[in-house]
Design a protein around this ligand. Structure first.
Ligand SMILES: *Cc1c(COP(=O)(O)O)cnc(C)c1O
Length: 375
């Protein structure tokens, strides 16, 4: 089946009791046992398994081409479970510009458990190779990266990981399986913040992990998830599955709109630089064109001037909403350095745009008036 068809049908089933086409939300935390003590319908207690969560997991596994998926309470919880599944003494390689929320997790929390993390430029395979140690167990890739939109060559990094018996996990939040399928490119696992494009409407928080193989590591992750309780609720599972049904069409529109906006900003005299892998002069363009089908809906740009100018441009937009996060129908604008806080490497004159599903001409006109009227 093609991706659009999978997105509509994967994980879906007609409700046996009523014939409902849209799956009911199973809020029940507990399920009836048979007289002999068995569970003939397969459900025991919602932390262990819930029909809505299973439907979402089946759908994301199908879209990513993985053997098994697990839906967590957030993208951070999914990423954290990967660290929790490593043994003390393990060494991890992570990108220097990893999503800032995960940087804290990798830097501070993992260290206390005897897991050491080295941060490297993941776009430079030579630097990655020289940072690998005999005890390296995991290489974490995020491509495109947030908010600089740097591109990492997934097959190349996965091959480096496999040479020393390490796993390669890819944060596929920005691309989604519609634009990039890391498991087919050599990665062992994929992690999503489903809060972004998978849900797609800025109204549900969740995370999904997908594994290529249903092996011992997958079973350990499932144990960590269900015993530790880092599960997605039935309602969030239902909302995110509803979002998935339209994901291929949304990603196409987000990407087309972002390409138009990036091309507009690239020729604007008030703009110093545009970071979008779809632009031919982006340093990762060639790799992105190889491993992605389109370039996604997130981009960032640097205004001529400093932090104050960037704040004024964000203040003057009318359609773009000043807010963090991305992946919803509404376009968002954000001064990224100020949310990431002290010590961030994100430039002070950088604004990140989540390009939504409005008409691109309206978005371009809005940015144009904001840039032209900013002194
Ligand atoms: C938002 C985000 C996360 C964290 O996901 P939450 O759902 O907010 O916990 C991880 N990685 C990337 C790339 C993100 O954008």
């Amino acid at each position: 089946m093609r991706l659009e068809t999978l997105a509509v049908h994967a994980g879906s089933r007609i409700d046996p009791a009523t014939g409902a086409v849209a799956m009911p939300i199973y809020l029940s935390t507990t399920f009836e046992r048979a007289a002999d003590g068995s569970y003939p319908r397969g459900y025991v207690y919602t932390r262990e398994g819930n029909p809505n969560r299973e439907a979402l997991e089946a759908a994301v596994a199908a879209l990513e081409g993985g053997a098994v998926a697990m839906a967590f309470a957030s993208g951070s919880a999914a990423a954290f479970a990967v660290l929790q599944a490593l043994a003390p003494g393990a060494h991890v390689l992570a990108p220097k510009d990893i999503y800032f929320g995960l940087a804290r997790l990798f830097r501070e929390i993992a260290a206390a458990w005897g897991i050491s993390v080295s941060f490297v430029d993941m776009t430079d395979p030579a630097e990655v190779e020289s940072a690998i140690r005999p005890e390296t167990r995991l290489i974490w890739v995020e491509t495109p990266s947030n908010p600089m939109l740097r591109i990492t060559d997934i097959p190349q990094i996965a091959a480096l990981a496999h040479r020393v018996g390490a796993l390669c996990f890819c944060d596929n939040t920005l691309a989604t399986p519609v634009l990039q399928r890391p498991l087919a490119l050599g990665a062992d696992g994929v992690v999503h913040s489903a809060t972004k494009y998978l849900g797609g409407h800025s109204d549900a928080m969740g995370g999904v992990m997908v594994l290529k193989e249903a092996d011992a590591f997958a079973r350990r992750l499932r144990e960590i998830q269900t015993a530790g309780g880092a599960i997605l609720s039935p309602f969030e599972s239902w909302l995110i599955l509803r979002g998935l049904r339209t994901l291929p069409y949304r990603m196409r529109a987000h990407s087309e709109n972002a390409m138009r906006v990036a091309a507009f900003l690239a020729q604007h005299p008030a703009v110093e630089a545009v970071h979008y892998p779809g632009l031919p002069d982006h340093p990762g363009h060639e790799v992105a064109a190889r491993q992605m089908s389109m370039f996604g809906g997130l981009l960032s740009f640097q205004v001529r001037g400093g932090r104050e100018t960037a704040f004024r441009v964000a203040e003057r937009t009318q359609l773009f909403i000043r807010a963090t996060s991305f992946g919803g129908a509404h376009s968002l604008i954000e001064h990224r350095a100020s949310i990431e806080g002290p010590g961030t490497a994100t430039p002070d004159n950088l604004l990140r745009l989540s390009i939504g599903l409005e008409h691109p001409d309206d978005l371009i006109e809005d940015l144009d008036q904001a840039l032209r009227t900013t002194p």
